[in-house]
Write a protein that binds this ligand. Structure first.
Ligand SMILES: CC(C)(COP(=O)(O)OP(=O)(O)OC[C@H]1O[C@@H](n2cnc3c(N)ncnc32)[C@H](O)[C@@H]1OP(=O)(O)O)[C@@H](O)C(=O)NCCC(=O)NCCS
Length: 149
């Protein structure tokens, strides 16, 4: 059965491969390594063969939780894995007495926005030209979304 655990340095090769496939604004290995070395929260769902099925990186800073990156291997989407990660992060934020969780998402990422709305995040504002998509060489706006805990 898939299990949720902390992200490890040894997951990064697989994670970088998944970023390249499924994230138009991919994080580098250094981004993840820095997240692991700082006090950020890195979570992984490991499959029965030891493979990375999904992951989340966030941070709890004072009374605010931030979600920076969440991704499910395209082979395993819509099976509740993203929700499992979200539920765990929200639990951590609640334990830390956070009052809100914040995140930014590409304005055109309808699937992710639906996922966050499912988790009762609401759009707060739009940050113009926040992302640069190297593959198509264009900027895209970000929606800032928040969930009150
Ligand atoms: C967004 C993402 C993390 C969702 O993960 P997931 O494991 O597929 O989501 P879940 O199965 O937990 O879905 C929970 C709910 O979110 C909504 N949802 C998820 N995917 C959806 C889709 N393709 N269309 C519409 N609603 C969707 C639904 O309400 C769903 O509940 P339901 O299946 O009972 O209808 C995943 O699609 C993904 O990794 N996308 C690519 C990376 C990405 O865009 N990350 C966000 C960056 S900010």
């Amino acid at each position: 059965m898939p299990k949720l655990r902390a992200m490890l340095e040894s997951d990064l090769i697989e994670i970088i491969r998944m970023e390249a496939v499924a994230n138009p604004v991919p994080w580098s290995k250094l981004d993840f390594a820095m997240a692991l070395q700082s006090n950020q929260v890195g979570l992984v769902i490991e499959g029965i063969h030891g493979n990375v099925m999904a992951y989340l990186v966030g941070q709890i800073e004072g009374f605010i939780g931030h979600i920076y990156n969440v991704l499910v291997n395209p082979e395993f989407v819509r099976q509740g894995l993203g929700s499992q990660l979200m539920k765990h992060f929200i639990e951590l934020a609640r334990i830390a007495h956070c009052s809100e969780v914040w995140l930014e998402v590409r304005a055109g990422n309808d699937v992710a926005i639906k996922f966050y709305e499912h988790w009762c995040f609401a759009k707060v504002t739009v940050r113009k030209k926040y992302y640069y998509l190297h593959t198509v060489r264009k900027f895209e706006d970000a929606c800032l979304m928040t969930k009150i805990l």
